[in-house]
Design a protein. Structure first.
Length: 310
């Protein structure tokens, strides 16, 4: 087993959780509001729930990771079943699009039908970041099989978000993430992905080109999937330090928890588990359950072993 590689896998899932938790109390605030109240927000504070509680971003990521860890492969039906279980328990932070899908599935509709119906009903406003936030376990499992990685990343979006842009964004993000997990440098990871997904949405390719030259003030932060993808890639491209990247993303405002969760996946993979501040890791919990970080580490280890077998 390659120790550094394993740390990158573990850093990825732990990165999702700490980004989610740091960002969630200020979700929806503008960067000016955050600056006025906190100066720079660097610590996990109370939000709708006490400090340290994870939200939908981490919970859905864990649903996918647990499903793959148990079945050894990505199964959309099993993942959909776990998402429904999560929804029925306490789907804290659930986005409106995902909520509309889950309400239908909860009433007995087949998940594929439910997703199609919500896509039809809400079009064209269906390209939120709700599937991008949970897609990283696919990259962990299939980092050594790029064809499967792209196929399963798109399928994982289809569990709630059928919009073509959402599917493309998941595939693009996971392709970059997979190279980072394998230890590639940033430039190679990005050019590999742009080459292999050259046929994908031109909008994504344009965004990536623009992102390379943007300053912090120009980075988009809304819940639109292309904005979130750009924000996460921008943070990764511009920072080598995990804490600085995540603090910067959160303090830009907007969809802070999801932007930071997705940037956290990439930065955690880039920097490895040990680069993630201990004071943040210690705070992470789900209600009384303080084993969330242990769970992330165990699942990442399991996905690492499965990827190594390919
Ligand atoms: Mg959230």
């Amino acid at each position: 087993m390659n120790f550094e590689g394993l740390k990158r896998f573990q850093g990825c899932l732990v990165g999702v959780a700490v980004g989610d938790v740091l960002g969630s109390p200020v979700e929806g605030a503008s960067k000016e509001q955050i600056r006025r109240i906190f100066g720079v927000l660097r610590e996990m504070i109370d939000g709708y729930r006490p400090a340290g509680n994870i939200t939908d971003d981490t919970m859905q990521t864990l649903c996918l990771a647990e499903s793959i860890a148990e079945l050894e492969e990505f199964s959309p039906d099993d993942a959909a079943r776990r998402l429904l279980e999560w929804y029925r328990k306490d789907p804290f932070g659930i986005g409106s699009h995902t909520l509309q899908v889950m309400m239908r599935v909860d009433r007995g509709m087949d998940w594929r039908e439910a997703v199609k119906e919500v896509e039809r009903t809400n079009a064209p406003w269906t390209a939120g970041n709700g599937s991008l936030m949970r897609c990283s376990p696919i990259a962990l499992r299939y980092c050594r099989d790029i064809v499967k990685l792209i196929e399963c990343s798109r399928e994982s979006s289809l569990l709630t978000h059928a919009n073509r842009l959402c599917q493309d964004a998941c595939a693009f993000f996971n392709a970059v993430l997979s190279r980072v997990l394998l230890g590639w440098n940033k430039r190679d990871a990005l050019s590999f992905t742009m080459e292999i997904l050259a046929h994908a949405s031109q909008e994504i390719l344009d965004r990536v080109q623009e992102m390379l030259h943007k300053s912090a003030d120009e980075v988009p932060t809304s819940g639109f999937v292309l904005d979130t993808l750009e924000c996460a890639l921008w943070a990764w491209w511009n920072f080598d330090n995990f804490e600085e990247a995540i603090v910067t993303v959160v303090n830009l405002g907007g969809d802070t928890d999801t932007n930071a969760a997705i940037a956290g996946a990439l930065m955690g993979a880039q920097c490895g588990l040990d680069a993630i501040p201990q004071r943040w890791r210690e705070k992470i919990r789900w209600r009384d359950d303080k084993t969330i970080i242990d769970k992330c580490i165990a699942l990442a280890t399991r996905l690492y072993e499965l990827a190594e077998k390919d």
